[in-house]
Design a protein around this ligand. Structure first.
Ligand code: SF4
Length: 259
């Protein structure tokens, strides 16, 4: 498929999914730091386990920069245990705070005021931060306009014969970023309201509106934000690894003729 045809397809997916489900209200967090902690904890585990670990941190009053900085490592490990790989993740959270303290005087505001590409490189140099985690932090905590590629994105692209599943992360990211940029021009009209969201229940992978999901961001960051949430909705509910439930999926009409 030619590049412009692929981009057109992705724009059509966005419109079909957004019309079906509306705003997904990602990421569910009350602060930027809580979002970052969630991004580390969600690696290799289900979100329900992350919620338990976050609840433990919250009730111990440690879900803050100061909390993670001062918490003894063993205590941190105990609290985040439900998220799995808890020793590794506790160390990585401590390393993030150390990085923030040393490079940005503990200020997330200073961190996120860096140019996107430079900050992306810095995050990728941190232990335990791959492209998906780095881009999640950039987009959902920093409101930088980057698209987050995950396993669901790869699966959908492969099943729709747009790109092979093993394509390079940045190739997929750039394809989505370029495809969705024109959509941002009409985002004011397409952004779902809380009223619409409540009327539809919890479609796709929607979360209740939160301080982070309703934070001010550019139209471009808003569209990338929504598209990732919408794709998670497809992957979780229809495009499963073991079985594709195409008959009920909002993307069914876009399946290639060979399927
Ligand atoms: S479930 Fe079927 S229609 Fe939906 S995204 Fe997957 S392959 Fe496409």
């Amino acid at each position: 498929m030619r590049l412009d045809a692929r981009q057109k397809q992705i724009r059509a997916y966005y419109r079909a999914l957004f019309n079906a489900w509306g705003s997904q209200h990602w990421w569910p967090a009350q602060s930027r730091f809580e979002m970052i902690v969630g991004a580390y904890l969600t690696q290799n585990t289900a979100w329900t386990n992350v919620e338990k670990a976050l609840a433990n941190l919250r009730s111990a009053r440690l879900l803050s920069l100061t909390g993670i900085r001062l918490a003894p490592l063993a205590e941190l490990e105990r609290l985040i245990r439900p998220a799995g790989y808890f020793r590794q993740k506790a160390k990585r959270l401590k390393l993030f705070v150390e990085f923030l303290d040393q490079q940005y005087q503990g200020s997330l505001k200073k961190l996120f005021s860096r140019p996107t590409e430079q900050l992306r490189e810095e995050l990728l140099n941190l232990h335990g931060v791959g492209p998906e985690t780095a881009d999640s932090i950039l987009l959902y905590a920093g409101n930088h306009p980057v698209f987050v590629v995950d396993a669901y994105t790869r699966r959908i692209l492969a099943r729709h014969e747009i790109l092979p599943e093993e394509s390079a992360y940045d190739e997929i990211r750039k394809l989505f970023e370029q495809a969705l940029a024109p959509v941002a021009e009409s985002v004011a009209e397409t952004r779902g309201s809380s009223k619409e969201y409540l009327a539809k229940g919890f479609p796709g992978a929607a979360h209740p509106p939160s301080a982070m999901s309703t934070a001010k961001r550019t139209a471009l960051a808003q569209v990338y934000n929504e598209m990732h949430g919408l794709i998670v909705g497809v992957g979780k509910n229809y495009c499963k690894k073991s079985q594709a439930r195409c008959d009920e999926c909002p993307l069914q009409k876009f399946l290639p003729a060979s399927n």
